[in-house]
Design a protein around this ligand. Structure first.
Ligand code: NAP
Length: 295
């Protein structure tokens, strides 16, 4: 029996996860439409602001959308402490719009959330059933977004510490800093898992292509292993062949408005068992991304 060709709307399609999805969806039999609030010259993008409910409904109906993959969001953790309303609008209210639209169309939503919904008091990998307790405005608005996303059939993927060859991210910043500076200090008392956004994009395409979109729920997805920001910066320095001296420091030495969890390693057993995927170790993913960046 021939499978139906699905129409998939990606929001935030010019962000780093959206860009990785563009790459990973190339071989999918389904039709992916990439949208974002702003145009980037040379990139095919449908202009769509996810806070504009009317425009969203219009696009969903005219393009006959079956699935929305929401890669849009307010992602500046520091600025969110000051721009609370905007963070709420993008990370929670707009997610409610997306869920309403897909509920009306009897479609599905794949929504991306974060390890920052947790307070960092755990000491072993955190399962999906653990109680969230966000420390920051960003974390609180993302948690509200998770609640809004269940207004339709939805898969919520909590991820962490994303990097890729696209956009601005910690790995690219460290690549520049370790090239320019003889010494840098990096926080060593926050433990999580660096995650190549390409792997998350591949998981999303796999869920859709393998017909598993109906498996609603919250799932944790990061690369395997655990590291501090200091470990990650040191690995970037080493892999790039730079001779910068990377020194560890404490969170208190690095003044920040938003509080961040000290430990936010996520347990990935559920996503692996449910969708039949294996996950690479963060060091292998980092090497792959840095190879791409060096070309
Ligand atoms: N980055 C991480 O480390 C990390 C960790 C855990 C979870 N996540 C989650 O993963 C998802 C993707 O993150 P990312 O790193 O790919 O984010 P990103 O690079 O900041 O991309 C977000 C995209 O959303 C767009 N956008 C902003 N306002 C919009 C609106 N009103 N309507 C439509 N699009 C809008 C942004 O456009 P402009 O740039 O023009 O504003 C940007 O292209 C987010 O939900 C984020 O919370 C990220």
């Amino acid at each position: 029996m021939e499978t139906k060709r699905l129409n998939i709307l990606v929001t935030g399609g010019n962000g780093q996860l959206g860009m990785c999805l563009r790459d990973e969806s190339r071989r999918s039999p389904h039709r992916f439409i990439f949208s974002d609030v702003n145009d980037i010259p040379g990139l095919e993008t449908l202009c769509l602001d996810i806070t504009d409910r009317k425009a969203l409904d219009l696009v969903a109906d005219s393009e006959n959308i079956d699935i929305i993959v929401n890669c849009a969001g307010y992602t500046n953790v520091e600025k969110a402490e000051d721009e609370i309303s905007l963070a709420e609008l993008l990370n929670a209210t707009a997610v409610g719009n997306l869920a309403d639209t897909m509920a009306r169309r009897e479609g599905s939503l794949i929504h991306i959330s974060t390890d920052f919904v947790f307070d960092g008091s755990a000491s072993s990998p955190i399962p999906e059933c653990a109680e969230p307790a966000p420390l920051s405005v960003y974390g609180a608005t993302k948690l509200a977004g998770e609640k809004a996303a269940v207004g339709c059939r939805s898969i919520i993927l909590r991820t962490a510490w994303l990097y890729s060859e696209y956009g601005r991210n910690f790995v690219k910043t460290m690549l520049s800093l370790t090239a320019e500076k003889p010494v840098i200090k990096v926080v060593a008392d926050q433990i999580g898992t660096p995650t190549y956004a390409r792997g998350l994009a591949a998981l999303i395409v796999h869920i859709i292509d393998s017909g598993q979109i109906g498996k609603s729920g919250i799932y944790h997805y990061t690369d395997e292993g655990a590291a501090s920001w200091y470990d990650l910066a040191s690995a970037v320095n080493r892999l790039a062949g730079h001779d910068c001296q990377v020194l560890p420091c404490r969170s208190e030495d690095y003044p920040a408005k938003a509080r961040r969890p000290h430990y936010s390693v996520l347990d990935k057993n559920l996503v692996k068992q449910t969708f039949g995927v294996s996950i690479p170790w963060w060091q292998d993913s980092l090497r792959e991304c840095m190879d791409k960046l060096s070309k």
